[in-house]
Write a protein that binds this ligand. Sequence first.
Ligand SMILES: Cc1ncc(COP(=O)(O)O)c(C=O)c1O
Length: 397
Amino acid sequence: MHIFDKCHSFTRAREVMAAGYYPYFVPIEGSTATEAVVGGERKIMIGSNNYLGLTHHPRVIEAAQAAIEKYGTGCTGSRFLNGNTDMHDFLEERLAGFMGTEAALVFSTGYQTNLGVIGALLGRTDRVYLDKLDHASIVDASRLSYGEVARFKHGDLEELRAQIEADRESNGNGGGRMVVVDGVFSMEGDIADLPNLVPLCEGLDAVLVVDDAHAIGYLGPRGAGTADHFGMTDRVPLTIGTFSKSFASIGGFVGGPEPVIHYLRHHARSLIFSASMPPPAVATVLTALEVIENEPERRERLWQITHRMREGFKSLGFEIGPTETPIIPIMIGPVEKTFVFWRAVFDAGIFTNPVMPPAVPENSCRLRTSYIATHTDDQLDFVLETFAKVGRELAVI
Ligand SMILES: Cc1ncc(COP(=O)(O)O)c(C=O)c1O
C-alpha cells in the first residue's frame, strides 16, 4: 500500500461539501466578540470559547498593540534560548499569585502544555489514569509519554479506585501514579467531582492534574477554576490552563509546586523545542488577567446567561445532558440530522459547532453551544426562537 492511498480513498468530507453541509474551516471575515461575519452576513457567535468576551475588550487590544511596538510581532525562538521576555516571566509570577500556587510555567499553547507536563513527568515505570472524556491533548500527551495509560468511564470514581487499587496490589510496575481530568469537560459542560476525586487521589498516593482549560476565568469565586469553585486550591497538586478561551489569546500554563515547575522548565520538550508565545499574546493575557480580577460582573453576567439558556433549551424540550456551565450541548443524534440542523441555524444567522464521531459516540451527535458574558438578551432570544423553530421542523423536540 502506498502511504498516500488513505488520502485518495478519504471521500467523506468531500461528500458533505458537495451536499452543501460542510461545517468546518468556516472563513470568518471579521468579528466582534459576539458576532462573526461569514459570506458578508453577520452570525451570532455561540460557537466560541471566548467566555468573558475579552477578545475585543479595548484595554486588551491596546495592550497587544503596545507590546508589538515594544517587542515586535514574535519572539522567533524558544523561551529556553532567545524567545523569553520580561513579560513572560511577569506573567508566570502573576499566574502563580492568581492560582495560589508556588510557581507557574507558560507554554505556547494548551495542547503543548499537556504534552510537555505529562511527557516530562511520566517515566517508564509510571502509570497515568484518564477519564474517557478527557481532552485529546491529554490523551495524546499520555500516549506519547513513556508511561502506561489506563482509562476509566467518564466520572466513574469507583472504577478509577478499583484500577489504582488493583495496580497497587499487584504492585503493577512499581512506579508513580498520576490522574488527569478536565476540570470542565469540553463537550459535555459538566464539572469534575473534585470533592471526591481529591481525597481518592490523596489516599492512593496518585498525583492529580486538573486541566482547567474551560474553567479558568469564570469558574469559582475568583475565576481561578475548578479548585477555586470547590474551595480546594491547596489540594490540587497541578493545574493546567490555556489562554485560548477566557484569556482571549493563545498559550497555556501549568501551576504547581516550585521544584516541579523548575523541573518542567528544564525537561518539558514542547517548551524547550518550540517557539514562545508572541509578545502581543502575552500582553493580551496579562491584561485579560487584570480584567478577570477587577471586573467580576463579567462572571456574574455569564452565569446569568448560562442559567437562562439552560432553562430555555430545557423548557423547549431539548436534551442538553449534564452540563453545569456555559457549555450547553444540544443533543441531535444521527450525523445527517446534525449537519442539517447546523446548516439551518447557520443560514438563519447563528454560528455553532457540530460535534461528530469520533469526538462523540455514533448517534450521540450534537451542536455544541457556548456563551459569552457580552451576549445581549436580544441575541439570546433570537437563538432560542431559532432553535425552537428548527427543532420542531426536524422533529428534534
Ligand atoms: C481541556 C482542554 N485542554 C487543552 C486544550 C488545548 O488548548 P489550546 O487550544 O490552548 O491548545 C483544550 C482545547 O480545546 C481543551 O479543551
